[in-house]
Every structure is written in C-alpha cells, then in structure tokens.
Design a protein around this ligand. Structure first.
Ligand SMILES: Cc1cc2nc3c(=O)[nH]c(=O)nc-3n(C[C@H](O)[C@H](O)[C@H](O)COP(=O)(O)O)c2cc1C
Length: 319
C-alpha cells in the first residue's frame, strides 16, 4: 500500500529529528508497531520501481545475535536493541541508491513513531545474515537497522571508541555552500541558498541525511532547469558502494520535502543524458552522477514554513 499524505508529512518532519540511536531501553516494541514500520518500507516511494526489495523483521534480536555468533559489528556498538530489520535487494544496476531511497523512508517513519534506528552497513558477516534471512540467488543484504525505544543518554556514547575513530565529525554536517554549486562544478550557489525556496528546503533536507561514516559524499549542481545529484566514489571501497546508498538517502529527503510542498519530483536516471552532463558541468571523474530532477518555477517559490529546518545544527541529541 502506498504511503498516505499524513504519513509522508510525518516522515518529512522526522528528517530534522532523526539521529543514529545506538543505546536502547529494555522493552520490546509491540509487534503491530513493527509491522507498521515494515509496511512503510514496503509502501515507500521507489527510485527504481522495477528493483525488488524486501525488509525482514528480526523480532528476537538476542536469538538473532546468538545465531550470528554473538556479535553484529558495525563501527558503532549497538546496545540493547530488541529488534532488527534487515534490508534485502535484488542486485541490479541502481540497487544501492534505490535501497537508500526506500529504507530511509522506513527509518523516518519509525522516527515519527518515536522509535530509534541506526543505519548499519558493515562489518557484520553479510553471508551469515543472508543465511539467517534466506537469500535468493540474485539477492544481497544491503543494510540493517536496530529498532527499539531510544535510551536517553545511554552509556553507548561514552564507551564507543571505535565510533569516535570511524566517525570523527559525528553528527556534524558540511555547510550547504560546500555541497551545492550553481551552473557548473565549484561555482558558488550564492543567493539560491538563502531564498528559503522549496529548492533551498530540499537541499537543507538532503544535507541532513545520514551517511556511511558521516562522509556526506553528495554534491549538487543547480542548472537553469535541473538539480543534478552526484556522489564521490571513495578511493578504496570497504564493503558495498555505500556512497550510492548515501546518495539515495539524500535523494529521498529531496523527494519527501518536494512532495510535501506539492511537487511530484520526477527523477531522471538515464546514464546517456548524464554522460553529456559531466562535460557540460565539469563534474570530476571520481564523482558518479546519480540522477537529476527537472526544475521549474515552483521550486523557486517560498517553501511552506512547516518544511524548513526546525532544529539548530549540531544539536547534540545523539545517543
Ligand atoms: C549506509 C550507512 C551505513 C552506516 N553504518 C553504520 C555502522 O555500521 N555502524 C554505526 O554505528 N553507524 C553506522 N551508520 C550511521 C552513521 O555513522 C551516521 O548516520 C552518521 O554518523 C551521522 O550521524 P546521525 O545519523 O546521528 O545524523 C551508517 C550510516 C549509513 C547511512
């Protein structure tokens, strides 16, 4: 079932509240609530509609962890999570960004219900988790998230040296000026970033997106009639191409804000067109072009007040 407009608004509002939660209270989440979260993932707007994805609920996290060998290591220690949701996708062109786009909607829905989540890419054994959730031949475990009630100021944040080492600028975000260019690569977007237009609000929302090790690999170029989304390919890839997942997450924030402002965004994901864009916009070789959105005058209209950012940057609400 597609998401309702009320659900989409609640998810959009959650963009500014969501943080990675690594410490959870004792206490299970009612199964109906968990199923509601799963349904949000299943009904989420896809980026690539033809790519099959599924979300598998692990109701008993303890049994799951034991079967997995006692630990499920990401780079941050997850304490006391009662449940997990595992994201599985068919592996075909676009599957990473498609999963980022869809799973983020599920995560935002969980956030809107007051639940804690944390995107986890690795370093758990993908084979083992795959075996536990039963993978078909062309499927891949892309990511997973714990789900539970957040523990306020739990010990996780003090204990977690690994996290500090892996995510030096935890929770911080680059300013929009460093992420958005106008006309061509590296050209300042200036006024476009101060107009509080729908476009500005979508970019603010994209900036707030979570990313693997908080690398924020995305860069955006505004042209006369399009918004082009690129993401930096790391020199050395650990695990899957998470930068593409990250880009999908940022694109989902853009879409959600646009939908709440009354615009149905149509992503152009055609590589042929993108090949021409690279030369025209001087996009460096190590940035992949993920897609572009056609812009018209509606994107330059003032954004409705309720979809502009509501929390100060660097709000220290992390757990
Ligand atoms: C694709 C992806 C994979 C991630 N993997 C992990 C992980 O394995 N362990 C972890 O503790 N956090 C993980 N994170 C969470 C990021 O570190 C976090 O989103 C980022 O530091 C920004 O902080 P925030 O989510 O609180 O805004 C991951 C995030 C993404 C998007």
């Amino acid at each position: 079932m597609p998401l309702t407009s009320e659900q989409l608004s609640a998810m959009t509002a959650a963009i500014w509240r969501r943080v990675s939660v690594r410490s959870y209270k004792d206490g299970r989440v009612p199964v109906e609530t968990l199923v509601e979260v799963l349904r949000a993932g299943e009904g989420a707007i896809p980026l690539w509609p033809h790519i099959p994805v599924r979300f598998v609920l692990v109701e008993d996290a303890d049994a799951f962890l034991q079967e997995h060998g006692g630990t499920l290591l990401g780079y941050g220690r997850i304490l006391g999570a009662p449940h997990f949701i595992v994201a599985v996708s068919e592996m075909t062109a676009g599957y990473m960004e498609n999963m980022g786009f869809r799973m983020e909607q599920m995560i935002l829905y969980a956030t809107a219900l007051g639940l804690g989540t944390c995107w986890m890419g690795g370093f758990y054994s993908r084979e083992r988790v795959g075996h536990l959730v039963g993978l078909a031949k062309d499927e891949q475990v892309v990511a997973l998230t714990p789900v539970g009630w957040p523990a306020a100021g739990g010990p996780g944040r003090l204990l977690d040296k690994t996290l500090k080492a892996f995510v030096p600028d935890r929770g911080g975000r680059k300013p929009l000026e460093r992420l958005v260019f106008a006309g061509r690569w590296d050209a300042p977007a200036g006024q476009l970033l101060t107009q509080r237009s729908v476009l500005h609000a979508t970019l603010e929302a994209a900036r707030r997106a979570p990313s693997w090790r908080n690398t924020q690999p995305w860069r955006f170029i505004i042209t006369d009639d399009a918004l082009v989304v690129t993401a930096s390919r790391p020199a050395e890839q650990i695990g899957l191409p998470y930068y593409r997942l990250d880009a999908g997450i940022a694109m989902s924030h853009i879409s959600l804000v646009a939908v709440c402002a009354g615009i149905q965004p149509a992503w152009m994901l055609d590589p042929e067109r993108q090949a021409g864009l690279r030369a025209d916009l001087a996009i460096p070789g190590h940035y992949d072009i993920l897609g572009s959105l056609r812009l018209d005058e509606r994107w330059h209209m003032p954004a409705p007040a309720e979809i502009m950012a509501r929390e100060p940057d660097h709000a220290d609400t992390r757990r």
